[in-house]
Design a protein around this ligand. Structure first.
Ligand code: ZN
Length: 175
């Protein structure tokens, strides 16, 4: 199984890690899937790591369980090859697009300026931002769920767990 990030520039997958720390050679027509490295007919994986078509490799080696693809790949897990790859794709593409960084920076500078000259106005602006922010978060979480983004990934965007994100948003989204 492989995963593609929102930009389409990163296709993640899980690769076998062999006893010497290396990876199996590709087989004709494509890469060697980790589950094929079971020692029966070629090398045996001692673990797995996240990989990306851009050339990135996860630095962590995770346990391999030949009977459990989900546990090995960790698509819904907070730690594992998928989480490592997701972190890589997010870091590689920047957390937030440049134009949004500019907007947020300009807003912050403007509030700081007004705090000097018109402090009450600055307070009103800060209050507006504060009251609007939860709606941005809930709307984005709702759209992400509609796009089949996992709770774990939503949680990571808020630097929290999938469970915490679900606790926070599930009811608002259902309303
Ligand atoms: Zn990549």
């Amino acid at each position: 199984m492989s995963w593609v990030d929102e930009t389409g520039r990163h296709e993640g997958y899980v690769t076998a890690v062999l006893a010497d720390g290396g990876e199996p050679a590709p087989r004709p027509g494509g890469r060697m899937p980790w589950w094929a490295c079971n020692g029966a007919d070629g090398p045996r994986a001692v673990g797995v790591r996240g990989a990306c078509t851009c050339g990135w490799r996860g630095s962590a080696t995770h346990p391999v369980d030949f009977g459990d693809d989900e546990a090995t790949e960790g698509h819904e897990a907070e730690a594992g090859p998928y989480a490592d790859w997701d972190g890589h794709a997010t870091a590689a593409e920047g957390l937030v697009p440049y134009d949004v960084e500019q907007l947020l920076g300009a807003l912050q500078r403007r509030i700081e300026e007004l705090s000097e000259s018109r402090p009450v106005t600055a307070l009103r602006i800060a209050a507006r931002v504060e009251s609007a922010a939860p709606r941005y978060s809930a709307d984005a979480a709702r759209a992400a769920r509609r796009g089949l983004v996992s709770w774990e990934t939503i949680g990571r965007a808020f630097s929290t767990s999938g469970e915490a994100a679900q606790d926070r948003f599930a009811r608002q989204i259902a309303d």
